[in-house]
Design a protein around this ligand. Structure first.
Ligand SMILES: [Zn+2]
Length: 93
């Protein structure tokens, strides 16, 4: 019988938690005005680009070859294990 079943817990909306101090800094940095043309991460507000290249040789004092693994990603997000592109994706016309 249906009356014997235990009552399901009802779903409730939980208000968002207060951001921790590190997240407060990220929110403040993201809200700051950006200089024209500067590249800035939309997730954390960092302005540090990172490009990962595998297998580079040094010939005559210059770096040659190598395979680009990741290009123009946020360095600070990468430290946390998140790959975030800092350049907008260009769409073909
Ligand atoms: Zn970032």
């Amino acid at each position: 019988m249906a009356a014997d079943k235990p009552a399901r817990p009802s779903l409730r909306v939980v208000p968002p938690a207060e951001p921790d101090p590190a997240e407060q800094v990220r929110q403040r940095v993201r809200k700051m005005a950006r200089p024209d043309g500067i590249v800035q991460c939309n997730r954390c507000g960092s302005r540090t680009l990172l490009t990962l290249v595998n297998g580079v040789f040094i010939e005559n004092g210059r770096k040659t070859g190598g395979t680009v693994i990741e290009k123009d990603i946020c360095a600070d997000c990468y430290k946390r294990g998140i790959i975030t592109s800092m350049l907008p994706a260009l769409k073909p016309i």
